[in-house]
Write a protein that binds this ligand. Structure first.
Ligand code: GLN
Length: 664
């Protein structure tokens, strides 16, 4: 744990290590911008507006004092970015994975367009876009992310939030329930509740929840019910504008949602089912804004009568159809979803749009009812609150982390976007974001909140160190937490290798009893040879009992008596392990951040492996150059006396070999 004296100091330290190349006093302004953009922040981000303007107009290289002045408008955000502490610390790795999923899911052409609203049946069925916005305002977008599409039911949770804000939970739920309906989105069935009035019991009927049509028509009816249609629609548009970071100053290029009146009109013409729902709600007496004509207003014609349509019904439906017909892009909706993920504060403007309590009251209902009659199965598999609409949009909320919106118009039988659902499933099968993942032990799944190199280090580090130190207690705890005790480090060295190398007989016995199977390391070797090289005979006997043919590792040491440089000791083993993983992954930003946090560039692990060994073995020339730039010694030797040059040779990494050779 390092203590940061103050922000200026830490920005300076981190920043200098991150960006400085030759002259330690001068910083390239281009590098500041690149670091921010690479981490997923956008140049149209309101918070960075002033900073980017200054960067665009100042000199190409600036001194430290100017740097501090220039970043002052966004100091904390710059600090967080440079330290790798944004919501998604490994933005580029995350983006790469989502890119791959996108490519796979694009192949899925099943499902049908919504045909009951004619304009929706005319959209290009192949459209496919995804946007992800984190609570820190990092933005990932791909495909048709800037295409406007019809919100349809995506509006339901937001409308629910708007009425919760104005009327409060208790009043809203006198009109609509919070229960999953288990029925199709346009079902006419209502929920029966008993009401107590004057000690006598009365039954009342209300829609099951605000996420299906009946409930959404009711909530539309509740939005500023005493105002006129125009004002009510403008109010809603303005709220959406705030959710997506629209700014009155016009600095940010998100706009109000667009209203497609053709879609609204067609919904009106074809939405007989919704009209029926409207009247059903009227019949329950729970639809607000009842404006039944008074007897005195009735025009008493001689023959026949004035046919009368209840305005409370038409007004609720007109507003409902209009809001469903608003259009937004997937990036805008992902931003609104990120506002929900961020407890009601828009990540782009940092303004509070909804109360924390409103968001907390909305998300559980979204989770249990957002995907209509597929909500249960969807939540079981994906484990996130989500909402779909027949316009082909689906959005998901990962609380405290991000909002996601996928747009692809082909729908399944429940009216949910086929690709949207597939994408959501792939995201939770790769990332530990399911609400009930808890402390999952499966090392193949990744926590996106943690830099990937640290995640890898965490998933093996503790067990390996415990094994090499004979710390059975820790291993017992890890086993009781169901942790996988056979996970290897960046050289595929496992607890069994280290226990065997260090003569920890009890640990070897414990691991075998736990069912840990011996696996080969980077050099094809097993713990057996670690024990053999160090003459741990009792361990050899123990391993012989397994009746496995252990292969001999192949190490290369050109000149065992050659020059030897010292490997640094650093007592935060996990950070060392993270550094080695970062070097193996060619993760330049990760390496810089670790060095900025104080890890010596040539820190070695229990096998005396250093970042340079790993970068050389993996052929990561860029990392090799960076490490040398940071004065990593060249002739460091691992447990088997191999130098980074030996490693490059053994793995046939020609460019790294040539580069290192020249330095000798
Ligand atoms: N406007 C649509 C309707 O009422 C919304 C339905 C949906 O997206 N599931 O039918």
């Amino acid at each position: 744990m390092i203590i940061i004296p103050n922000i200026r100091q830490s920005v300076k330290k981190t920043y200098f290590i991150l960006c400085v190349k030759k002259n330690p006093n001068l910083i390239k302004t281009k590098n500041i911008k690149n670091a921010l953009l690479k981490s997923g922040l956008k140049s149209n981000d309101n918070r960075l507006y002033t900073l980017f303007q200054k960067l665009d107009t100042c000199a190409n290289e600036i001194y430290y004092d100017d740097f501090i002045k220039i970043i002052s408008s966004a100091g904390l955000l710059v600090e967080k970015t440079l330290r790798g502490e944004l919501a998604l610390p490994d933005f580029s790795d995350f983006s790469k994975n989502i890119d791959e999923m996108f490519k796979e899911v694009a192949k899925n052409k099943s499902g049908e367009l919504a045909s009951y609203i004619p304009p929706l049946a005319k959209v290009d069925p192949d459209q496919f876009g995804i946007s992800i916005v984190t609570v820190d305002g990092q933005v990932y977008q791909k495909g048709d992310f800037d295409v406007d599409f019809s919100l349809q039911s995506l509006c339901k949770p937001f409308n629910y939030c708007f009425v919760l804000e104005k009327l409060g939970l208790e009043l809203v739920h006198k009109h609509v329930g919070q229960e999953p309906s288990g029925r199709q989105f346009n079902d006419l069935t209502l929920l029966t509740r008993s009401l107590k009035s004057n000690s006598e019991k009365k039954l009342t009927s209300i829609p099951y929840n605000p996420m299906i049509n009946a409930g959404a028509i009711m909530t539309a009816g509740l939005i500023n019910s005493n105002d006129n249609y125009e004002n009510r629609l403008s109010f809603v548009k303005e709220q959406y504008g705030k959710l997506i970071g629209w700014s009155a100053k016009g600095k940010f290029d998100s706009k109000f949602p667009r209203f497609n009146k053709d879609v609204a009109r067609e919904e009106n013409f074809t939405g007989h089912n919704n009209l029926a729902i409207g009247y059903l709600l009227m019949a329950t007496g729970n639809l607000p804004g009842k404006k039944t004509k008074l007897k005195k207003d009735i025009d008493n014609k001689k023959d026949g009568f004035d046919f009368y349509i209840e305005p409370a019904v038409t007004e609720a439906l007109k507003l409902y159809f209009s809001i469903c017909s608003l259009e937004m892009t997937s990036t805008e909706i992902a931003t609104a979803a990120a506002t929900l993920a961020n407890n009601g504060v828009c990540p782009i403007t940092q303004s509070r749009i909804l109360n924390q309590k409103t968001v907390r009251d909305c998300l559980p209902v979204l989770q249990s009812s957002g995907m209509y009659d597929a909500s249960g199965a969807f939540f079981q598999e994906v484990g996130l609150p989500a909402k779909s609409g027949v316009g082909g949009g689906v959005f998901l909320v990962i609380p405290q982390l991000m909002g996601i919106c996928i747009f692809s118009p082909r729908l399944d039988e429940q009216g949910n976007s086929v690709r949207g659902i597939e994408m959501a499933k792939r995201i939770t099968s790769k990332y530990l974001v399911h609400m009930f993942d808890g402390a999952m032990t499966n090392a193949d799944r990744i926590d996106p909140r943690i830099p990937i190199s640290r995640w890898r280090a965490n998933s093996c580090g503790e067990a390996i160190w415990a094994a090499s130190n004979g710390d059975i207690r820790t291993l017992e705890r890890l086993a009781s937490e169901q942790k996988d005790l056979s996970v290897g480090n960046s050289d595929m060295r496992t607890p069994l290798h280290l226990a065997a190398a260090e003569g920890q007989l009890e640990v070897v016995q414990f691991l075998i009893k736990q069912g840990v199977k011996p696996v080969p390391d980077r050099w094809g070797g097993y713990g057996y040879f670690d024990a053999k090289n160090n003459n741990h005979d009792k361990i050899l006997k123990e391993l012989d009992k397994l009746n496995i043919k252990f292969l001999q590792p192949i190490h290369l040491v050109e000149d065992p008596n050659g020059k030897t440089d010292e490997v640094a000791n650093y007592d935060d083993e996990l950070m060392v392990s993270e550094l080695l993983f970062a070097a193996a992954r060619n993760d330049i930003t990760g390496i810089r951040q670790l060095i900025a946090k104080g890890v010596p560039v040539h820190a070695g692990n229990f096998d005396s492996r250093t970042a340079l060994h790993l970068a050389a073995a993996e052929g990561n020339l860029e990392t090799v150059k960076l490490l040398i730039n940071y004065k990593h010694p060249i002739n460091v030797r691992d447990r088997w006396k191999s130098t980074p040059l030996d490693e490059a040779k053994r793995e046939n990494r020609i460019s790294v070999y040539n580069f290192l050779k020249k330095l000798l």
